[in-house]
Design a protein around this ligand. Structure first.
Ligand code: AGP
Length: 587
């Protein structure tokens, strides 16, 4: 999704807006732009492609006020005329979200639209009100009442040299308070706290902010002035650049021994699992709601929770959950898993459940994210800032956290000491990175990839396939091993690479049988496990034997490395995969 940033203060608005856009580049990178209030008026610069293209177009722009935008296309292609800021009349505007009634508004507010975006429509409506009233803030406020959908936008007016108005309904917007009369506004907290300030205030849905002449005022959805609490946020550990790794993603893959240890330490004490609250004490059913990789982690959570806790668990895709008839009982518990805490589908599902008064927990990585601030209790992944768009360390930390939550209920602490072997076991897997790189480079002759697993390994097969899709842009599919004979086996031929998760555990013999069926039909078989079954495997990646609940975590590290190395061999920008964004803040 898009990222927006604004600044008003005594510093260089250009430098700060550009730095802010760099921090937000993970949210989208198909075009970018900014406007700076200089002594000769507002100067707008936009560019297609990465942020570097924008920087190359900018000469010195000096001034105290600026807004900027980095885009992940929703309405209209990734082109220069669709890049933000959009300008209509004296209004310029940057926006993150989707305006669902933009076409209807276009018929009411006729204008010679230059772009295909819904954002230009917002600017046009504000401009229409402004041309009739001359009141910039009021024009923005009146416009917000007409917008349907999700938006977080910043607007400036060429008649007001020191004024920024922001509005939020859905995607996040955070105001940072710097030195004397210095204000920052951003789509997300880390971009503020990492660089400029730890004093922030969050806009809630429907609220507006008006920063003008050194003053910052907040307004509720009915336009009344409200007092906002300024919070002081502890700095998350900085993503200190890529250090000596080629990509953030590789750095974060290699951080997993540490990130898994951090989450283990956060929820254990003297060898005992220690959650402050009893978690599922009286729960009759647990729901897990999430998207993407977080959803796959939820499927693993279902397995361990039902196996250990014995409570029925239903796992739902947030993008589907919010539309179904919710059959919730007062004692049910809903876990929302979201690394960013800002995923629109997950937030929307949460708001549906919250209205029913059911206990809602979050498993998330970003403190003070929208989800974190609204649930009954949050359990943090402690993975540290995850910059790579393809989730790695946050995913494995989620698996560890779910396993701890399950074990906490049964007070089954015999496994805890084995849990603390996990960082060491992950390290052993990471030592195979070069071997995996050599193997992965050979995969280019295969056109389709199948990932097979059973039980707690099936969610890992799904996650491995997603990593391959996200990074190598190859069609890859995760499948329950036992399902292959019910149709998908027809897919298998010499062009298919089959990756089988085949630990020597309860599922082993049946998994080998399924892999033999695929091999017999020409598939190239790569197995990952603690036993090399040479009659089946054309290639094998050995991982250490360990508890059946821990082996899926080791397997996914291998699959992360396979996807990473293969994508690099194809020359892809693995930190900025095409068409993707780190935090999907639109539905
Ligand atoms: C992960 O590799 C993906 N980029 C994506 O599926 C992600 O897991 C999904 O968008 C959910 O994000 P969240 O955990 O921040 O809610």
């Amino acid at each position: 999704m898009c990222g927006i940033v604004g600044y008003l203060g005594s510093g260089s608005a250009l430098d700060i807006v550009l730095e802010g856009l760099e921090q937000l580049e993970y949210r989208g990178y198909d075009s970018s732009g900014l406007t700076i209030k200089t002594s000769e008026g507002f100067k707008r610069v936009r560019a297609e492609g990465s942020l570097d293209h924008l920087k190359q177009k900018i000469e010195k722009l000096e001034g105290p006020l600026g807004i900027g935008h980095i885009r992940w296309a929703t309405h209209g292609t990734a082109s220069l005329e669709n890049a933000h800021p959009h300008k209509v009349g004296k209004i310029q505007l940057v926006h993150n979200g989707i305006i669902e009634n933009s076409e209807e508004l276009k018929t009411r507010f006729k204008y010679n639209y230059q772009s295909q975006t819904d954002t230009e429509v917002i600017a046009s409506v504000i401009s229409d009100f402004y041309s009739r009233t001359g009141d910039f803030f009021q024009s923005v406020f009146e416009t917000t009442k007409l917008l349907e959908g999700a938006f977080a936008f910043l607007a400036v007016c060429e008649d007001e040299a020191h004024s920024i108005v922001g509005a939020r309904k859905g995607p996040p917007l955070v105001v940072g308070f710097g030195k004397e009369k210095e204000f920052f506004i951003s789509s997300d907290l880390p971009s503020l706290v990492q660089k400029w300030t730890s004093r922030v205030a969050f806009l809630e849905d429907g609220e507006l902010v008006h920063i003008q002449d050194g003053r910052c005022q907040f307004f509720s959805s009915d336009g009344s002035l409200i007092k906002k609490k300024i919070q002081t946020i502890q700095k998350e550990d900085q993503a200190k650049g890529k250090e000596d790794y080629a990509h953030y993603m590789l750095k974060e893959i290699f951080e997993q021994p540490h990130s898994s240890l951090r989450v283990l330490k956060a929820y254990t004490e003297k060898g005992q699992i220690n959650f402050s609250s009893p978690l599922f004490q009286s729960a009759e059913k647990i729901f897990i709601v999430a998207c993407g990789s977080s959803y796959y982690a939820g499927l693993y959570g279902k397995f361990v929770l039902e196996s250990i806790v014995g409570i029925p668990v239903e796992v739902d895709l947030a993008s589907e959950f919010q539309y179904k008839s919710l059959i919730l009982k007062p004692k049910d518990i809903v876990l929302f898993i979201s690394q960013s805490g800002e995923t629109a589908d997950t937030l929307s599902s949460f708001h549906q459940v919250k209205k029913r008064g059911v206990t809602c927990y979050a498993l998330c990585n970003v403190r003070n994210s929208s989800l974190d601030r609204e649930v009954d209790a949050s359990f943090y992944l402690n993975a540290g800032l995850e910059v790579g768009v393809a989730s790695t360390k946050a995913f494995t930390s989620t698996l560890v956290l779910l396993l701890l939550m399950a074990l906490n209920k049964q007070k089954d602490h015999s496994l805890v000491s084995q849990l603390f072997d996990l960082p060491f076991l992950i390290d052993q897997v990471l030592s195979k990175s070069e071997q995996i790189k050599e193997q992965a480079v050979l995969f280019s002759k295969y056109k389709r990839f199948l990932y097979l697993g059973r039980g707690p390994h099936y969610p890992i097969a799904l996650e491995g396939a997603l990593k391959m899709k996200e990074l190598a842009y190859i069609h890859a599919e995760g499948y329950p091993s036992g399902e292959m004979k019910h149709g998908p086996l027809a897919l298998v031929d010499q062009e298919v690479l089959v990756i089988g998760l085949a630990m020597k555990d309860f599922y082993y013999s049946k998994n080998i049988m399924n892999l033999q069926e695929a091999k017999a039909r020409g598939g190239f078989i790569l197995t990952i496990g603690d036993q090399n079954h040479k009659s089946v495997a054309d290639q094998h990646i050995e991982i250490p034997s360990c508890h059946p609940f821990l082996s899926p975590i080791l397997e996914v590290v291998v699959l992360q490395l396979i996807a990473y190395h293969f994508a690099c061999s194809l020359g892809h920008d693995v930190d900025h995969p095409r068409n993707l964004a780190k935090s999907v803040t639109v539905e």
